[in-house]
Design a protein around this ligand. Structure first.
Ligand code: BTN
Length: 239
């Protein structure tokens, strides 16, 4: 693993993409103190003030493991386990596919971005992970929906040590993914719950049933099952 620490940057995913294009190796890890243009899934903004952990890890997976849904599932599991290793009193849940939760509030998010060759094979995947560490710096508009490690433990874990823990776990799941979906399933906060799904302009209600071996979310709607993938779906828990 090669760690690159940065002060302020627009986005660690964008920064690492340039290194990947120049041939950087799997395991290159960029860690920033804050981001001016942090990005989330579906082109959303990711608020990134100082006091958070903003990291991107470069993967060059074999094609069977390069699916963004599965990479995101691995990253969410690796981050949840690493956070609990650093802060053993926490119990980190996962909201499919890419959000980590403490209770009913979001603690962290993941954005996996793949680059393909003209023949369609994956050249690399950049996995960006943002974790709210300190409680003071989050935008007040997020108070109802976001939380931080400090808000739950009174402590702020070491950013460098935590980012390395996450990266090492993710690399080891990539090398041996056998237990990933079983362990991921145990942390899922959606299972059995009614959810609202948004696909482009479509919105519907379903029940979350399970996750499949490729990391897709199996939902049931009017007695029919279907599997949702990472792409364009966004999910809210129905109250
Ligand atoms: C989401 O919540 O939709 C995903 C958020 C991913 C944020 C991380 S922070 C490090 C990396 N750089 C970015 O611009 N985004 C990811």
């Amino acid at each position: 693993m090669r760690l690159i620490t940065l002060g302020e940057i627009d986005s660690t995913n964008r920064y690492l993409r340039a290194l990947a294009e120049d041939g950087a190796e799997q395991g290159t890890l960029a860690l920033a103190e804050r981001q001016t243009n942090g990005r989330g899934r579906l082109d959303r903004r990711f608020d990134s003030p100082s006091g958070g952990l903003y990291m991107s890890l470069l993967l060059r997976p074999e094609s069977a493991l390069a699916d963004p849904t599965l990479v995101t599932v691995m990253a969410a599991l690796a981050a949840a386990e690493a956070i609990e290793e650093a802060c053993p009193t926490l119990s980190v849940g996962i909201k499919w596919v890419n959000d980590l939760y403490l209770g009913e509030r979001k603690l962290a998010g993941i954005l996996a971005e793949s680059s393909f060759s003209p023949s369609g094979t994956v050249r690399y995947v950049i996995v960006g992970i943002g974790v709210n560490l300190a409680k003071g710096n989050l935008d007040p508009s997020l108070a109802e929906i976001a939380t931080s490690i400090e808000a739950h433990t009174g402590m702020i874990p070491d950013r460098i040590a935590l980012s390395e823990k996450i990266a090492l776990r993710l690399l080891s799941y990539l090398a041996d993914p056998r237990e990933v979906t079983t362990k991921y399933r145990r942390r899922m906060i959606l299972l059995g719950r009614r959810i609202r799904c948004f696909e482009g302009s479509r919105e519907y209600t379903a029940r979350a049933i399970d996750v499949d071996e490729a990391g897709g979310l199996i939902v049931s709607r009017f007695g029919r099952k279907r599997t949702l993938r990472y792409g364009e779906v966004s999910i809210r828990i129905k109250k």
